[in-house]
Design a protein around this ligand. Sequence first.
Ligand SMILES: Cc1cc2nc3c(=O)[nH]c(=O)nc-3n(C[C@H](O)[C@H](O)[C@H](O)COP(=O)(O)OP(=O)(O)OC[C@H]3O[C@@H](n4cnc5c(N)ncnc54)[C@H](O)[C@@H]3O)c2cc1C
Length: 480
Amino acid sequence: MTDSFSATAEIRLALQNGLGADMVLTDSADMLTYCRDWHGDVTSGALAVLRPRSTEDVAAAIRLCRTLGVQLVPQGGNTGLVLGGLPDHPERQVIISLERMNKIRRIDPDDFSAVAEAGCILSDLKDAIADRGMFFPLALGAQGSCRIGGNVSTNAGGINVLRYGMTRELVLGLEVVLPDGTIFEGLSTLRKDNRGIDLKQLFIGAEGTLGIVTAVSLKLAPYPENVATALLGLASLEDAITLFRRARRDCCDLMSAFEFIPPLAFTLAREAMPDLPIPIAGDYPAYVLMEISGSGLVDIDDLMQRFLEAAMTDGLVLDGTIAASQAQARNLWLIREGMNEGQAKRGSHMRSDVSVPLSGLAAFVAEAEAALAAALPDCISISYGHVGDGNVHLNVLPPSHMQGDARLEAIYAAKTVLNEVVDRFDGSISAEHGIGRLKRPDFESRLPETHRHLLVAIKRAVDPELLLNPGCQLSFSTIS
Ligand SMILES: Cc1cc2nc3c(=O)[nH]c(=O)nc-3n(C[C@H](O)[C@H](O)[C@H](O)COP(=O)(O)OP(=O)(O)OC[C@H]3O[C@@H](n4cnc5c(N)ncnc54)[C@H](O)[C@@H]3O)c2cc1C
């Protein structure tokens, strides 16, 4: 006890002496926000929180930690939902937060590109790019807190994936500090570059296990000045999928979001935001939040109007409202965000982020919800998501009276039931959020041997001393 206490004190002193007191937090009250997950369900600890201001600071931190035998867990906005940015061995791990590396190095409208440091908050970056008349399409509920380095490291998805792709498709280049303290300088803004293996791809979605991303060059798009947003009532999820296919055909690939929302969403949104206006009368079995956007000569409002008129004539859309202003559009999106907050207010629950081929989506949701109802009759299932990508968040909410171990057991059982159905549909247990530490056992138990072999070989080649985020994605015993 005394030994470990003095070892901790010694390491903290060495970090402060080596990196400067300004870069190192060791007080547990100061470290708390970095050590707690977004939902507040899990709190860990850390030897220290390091807060570099430059790429050279990151390299110096890695080199010193290597000498001290301390492992580093990178952190951006700490909005990740799978515990990838929280230490699991606080006695030998520091958190390295990129929050102070938040400069936009360049926005270049002529090249349709921007270069930003890893700690830029996504919404700040989007706003600065919009001020220059350009658009960075990555959009997610956490964009006011998550940081671009975290987005790259999780290969984040979000609501605009169906038109612009996941983060991977928006990254032109990366600057990364490697586990030996050297810098991978790959901040190219070239659109085409086929010089051998595209090494930056190694770090995208790696969740901080292979290097610390310090800066990113990004692909921009023209700012979509005209946006039409509609909330639609439909008879079923099958109809929502038919509508999605039709929209892809009829809206010239200008559809930028297509979210499936169940009726329970309105109740949950109102629990979180009691004054939220719900601008659609009547109850429908399924709802869709749809957005078409564009710039220049295309008449987006007319396109939405004509598309919906045809869909209503055919009976595919039963009712709908098109936002008449940006404020109304914002209110429609608040339903989607409020629904998440409403679930959080009901206490700990099973959250999932799965995907299946679009052709199997409706059958998957029906089968999974039926299996969950049979296994956990007291719990409520809610399915919603980015339909166009086959991505569903199928969450299970235990009743309020179920607390303690019973609640945890129900959450665990729900996950097992759901994952079995995902396997039957050849789906993915992580469509967007990554593996982190939370999904690691489910990920590893499904890894084909060849995949495991390649992942371990890459980790050992890039990070032979297992300094960076060990325990994230793959267990320590697998990589060591
Ligand atoms: C309300 C809400 C809505 C969300 N919606 C979506 C959504 O629609 N789509 C989606 O994909 N995700 C979503 N998420 C999850 C989360 O926002 C994303 O995963 C996001 O990309 C994480 O960014 P971050 O900066 O918060 O990363 P963190 O949580 O800090 O870290 C995530 C992982 O990346 C690593 N990491 C962070 N920064 C770096 C770096 N600079 N270099 C190397 N590794 C690093 C960490 O070690 C960790 O493993 C949502 C989360 C919330 C709370």
